[in-house]
Write a new protein. Structure first.
Length: 167
């Protein structure tokens, strides 16, 4: 390999950022009483991000170089070509914006499950077999995160108008 590709440079930049953030986590004030240190969660998340960045670096160094035709960057000109090329990120932003707008009404649990299900459907397809998988992923991922934050960590999440478990 005679030159480093763009993915390897991004992976190295991510690893440097993770190192800086981990180093900064030592400046988090420690309480005088015997509880879980406030720096524990940031360090766990940074460890996971560092591991994922290492995987990204390894894959970028072992994968052969792609041409413009291989990675789909050769696109038709004009606004419709641009729209077609950026369709998936635009869907992600639009659905997330809709999730934020409906959060006061639907709440974190129903809104989050709806957001994940719709996003998986838009990106992965609407076949009946996939819909069952999308439903399971949405309910398990958002439901478990909601339960962890609500019951495990005692965080008050937006309940919404429809479902208010504590009201």
């Amino acid at each position: 390999m005679d030159r480093m590709n763009r993915d390897a440079a991004v992976a190295i930049a991510l690893l440097i950022m993770c190192g800086i953030f981990f180093w900064a986590s030592f400046d988090i004030r420690q309480p005088d009483y015997g509880v879980l240190m406030p720096s524990t969660w940031p360090r766990i998340i940074l460890a996971i991000l560092t591991g994922l960045s290492l995987v990204y670096l390894f894959q970028s160094l072992t994968r052969p170089e792609e041409t413009a035709e291989d990675n789909g960057s050769a696109r038709e000109p004009g606004f419709m070509g641009w729209l077609s090329y950026w369709r998936n990120p635009l869907w992600c932003f639009a659905l997330f914006f809709a999730y934020l707008l409906t959060l006061p009404v639907l709440g974190m649990l129903i809104g989050g499950i709806s957001f994940v299900f719709l996003l998986l459907g838009v990106l992965g397809g609407w076949e009946p077999r996939k819909l069952a998988l999308h439903s399971a992923i949405a309910v398990l991922s958002v439901g478990s995160m909601w339960a962890l934050f609500t019951f495990g960590l005692g965080v008050i999440l937006p309940p919404g108008v429809i479902f208010s478990p504590f009201g």
